[in-house]
Design a binder for this molecule. Structure first.
Ligand code: GDP
Ligand code: MG
Length: 158
């Protein structure tokens, strides 16, 4: 059986519009329901410094200043999820960058309004996920944990 250490991890964030619209719980529920494991979670007001690293590939885009304004407009909830093919699967569950093109059933297809207010972030590749997780989280903030059912014999009825 694969150990937790070799399973893929990805970074998901509920962006400020998602927090404002009280969508945090529903976003989390989708990934839990799919079977992925939450290994890190925090709420923070993001700095421009962190965002400039997170979105370093977009610095020259015309929408970059408005992206910074959007992402610093309120707190975000950022998470690390773990599981088999978690990067690709969560990208599919999040949907197209532009909600107009996102399929119904995806987060952006169900809740998104506009490309500049698209509710969630999800890492787009394994390399990107590794980079983003290191950027947003310290190692000690990520927890390795097992389902109680896995260790039932050692845990029950104390
Ligand atoms: P993602 O990986 O699907 O989030 O898309 P990108 O990495 O290409 O872009 C990062 C974020 O920048 C998107 O999620 C949007 O919030 C924003 N963004 C992307 N394209 C546009 C655009 O054309 N206009 C505006 N205003 N924002 C954009
Ligand atoms: Mg991206």
């Amino acid at each position: 059986m694969a150990s937790a250490a070799v399973l893929e991890r990805t970074l998901i964030a509920v962006k400020p519009d998602g927090v404002q619209r009280r969508l945090v719980g529903r976003v989390i529920q989708r990934f839990e329901q799919r079977g992925f494991k939450l290994v890190g979670l925090k709420m923070l007001q993001v700095s421009e410094e962190l965002l400039s690293q997170h979105y370093c590939e977009l610095r020259m885009k015309p929408f970059y200043p408005s992206l910074l304004h959007y992402m610093t407009s309120g707190p975000v909830v950022v998470m690390v999820w773990e599981g088999h093919n978690v990067v690709q699967t969560t990208r599919m569950m999040v949907g197209h960058t532009n909600p107009v093109e996102a399929r119904a059933g995806t987060v952006r297809g169900d809740f998104g309004i506009h490309v500049s207010r698209n509710v969630v972030h999800a890492s787009d590749s394994l390399e990107g996920a590794k980079r983003e997780i290191q950027l947003w989280f310290q190692g000690k903030e990520l927890l390795n944990w097992d389902k109680h059912a896995t260790n039932f014999a050692t845990l029950w009825l104390h």
